[in-house]
Design a protein around this ligand. Structure first.
Ligand code: SAM
Length: 263
């Protein structure tokens, strides 16, 4: 009996990679994507397409496939034109006065925030508990490492496939811990980007997210930053030291000690 997700290849040149991915992440393997019709109970396909790993939701093919691509697309645009250390996320993690923290991103997801922080010079340890998401992220990192344009950035990123609630301390002495757990979305689904709809239906809601805050505050040297939708209460109901408000989201900052000046 297959689980709801299986690995497949689109083109025969990708057979080896597809088998490797299935083995590494302990996922079911069905071979050629054309065989998918024989598995009507599958909800998602993780397919290797021209050496790239993509996830698609089988009952909503119009949403398209998601993949982690640090080289092109939105991440590349933000890297070039995103506002550098003036960005809210940079302010939230304390990237000022020349201080460049080691950040533990304990809810890594597709690694977009982690990539922004690594672009700004931070070493980022990413922790992601879902094997499928970690597989997509690792694939994105591996392809980025082949790009001479950005491999210096991705060399600062490393990934641990584990739950950070239990295993946060696998990351060595992070200066800052960054948390962005899933929050129940109240926007109508049509307003949510197609890519996010695939991701949300895979990950669901991180209902245990409140349990992230206490271990994070215990471990972070300087501060914990939590990204929240503007309408959401603070994580674990704990009032932050300060918040940075944006249009749809805010960063709640829990300060353990002041960030050193002129570091
Ligand atoms: C909203 S997404 C994060 C998006 C990410 N900030 C980005 O920029 O791509 C939340 C992610 O955190 C992961 N997650 C939630 N709780 C976790 C935990 N305790 N340990 C590790 N990962 C966790 C979920 O599986 C999901 O992939």
């Amino acid at each position: 009996m297959l689980n709801k997700i299986a690995v497949a290849y689109v083109d025969a040149v990708d057979v080896d990679k597809a088998k490797k991915v299935a083995k590494k992440w302990q996922l079911d393997y069905i071979g050629d994507i054309a065989a998918i019709k024989n598995y009507p109970k599958l909800l998602f396909a993780l397919q290797v397409n021209l050496q790239r790993l993509e996830l698609s939701k089988l009952d909503e093919p119009k949403l398209g496939a998601i993949c982690v691509d640090f080289v092109d697309g939105a991440t590349a645009h933000r890297r070039k034109f995103g506002g550098g250390r003036g960005q809210d996320i940079a302010k939230a993690v304390g990237l000022k006065h020349g201080f460049t923290p080691h950040v533990l991103d304990a809810t890594a997801g597709l690694g977009r925030d982690a990539f922004v922080l690594a672009t700004l010079g931070c070493n980022v340890t990413m922790m992601e508990r879902m094997p499928i998401v970690a597989a997509l992220l690792e694939d994105g990192l591996e392809r980025a490492k082949l790009s001479t344009e950005i491999n210096d950035i991705t060399d600062r990123m490393n990934l641990i496939n584990s739950s950070s609630i239990e295993n946060m301390n696998l990351a060595q002495q992070p200066d800052v811990i960054y948390l962005d757990p899933m929050y129940p979305h109240r926007e109508k689904s049509a307003a949510v980007k197609k890519e996010m709809r695939v991701f949300q239906s895979l990950v669901g809601e991180d209902l245990d997210a409140d349990n992230l805050l206490a271990p994070a505050i215990a471990l972070a040297k300087y501060r914990v930053v939590v990204k929240r939708p503007s309408y959401a209460p603070p994580l674990a109901g704990k009032t932050p030291s300060t918040s940075i408000n944006m249009k749809k989201n805010r960063f709640d900052v829990y300060v353990n000690q002041a960030i050193p000046k002129n570091n």
